[in-house]
Design a protein around this ligand. Sequence first.
Ligand code: SF4
Ligand code: SF4
Length: 118
Amino acid sequence: MAVRITDLCISCDACLDECPTNSIVDDDDNPTGEEYYYVDPETCSECVGDHDSPACQAACPTEGAIVWDLPFNDENREHFTGSSLYKLPDEGIDNNQPFRKEVSMEDRKAGNVDSVIE
Ligand code: SF4
Ligand code: SF4
């Protein structure tokens, strides 16, 4: 990871087919049980290698519905395993996902997608 979908999501479906890694699931399949869309952090690549910026956020009509989160890697593993915002599978979470180094950790902690990517 990663980007995260927030409770501002209106379940409009605009992002779903834009993801090059099929990391987005709809509200019916959100593993946290919340009624909005969800990004699997263990597969989200931040669109590195596919787009200049997160394609989901570019397609999203709702400000604040998709925000940055920390890189999904060993350093931040507990951030994802210890948060109710995420529900990780039992296996396959020992990977390190690509992330955009140009996005500061401050912006990631603030959850501010709009602060990046010119
Ligand atoms: S940032 Fe890219 S890879 Fe990650 S969920 Fe959005 S569209 Fe998919
Ligand atoms: S495009 Fe935005 S508002 Fe629509 S489903 Fe995706 S995250 Fe939710």
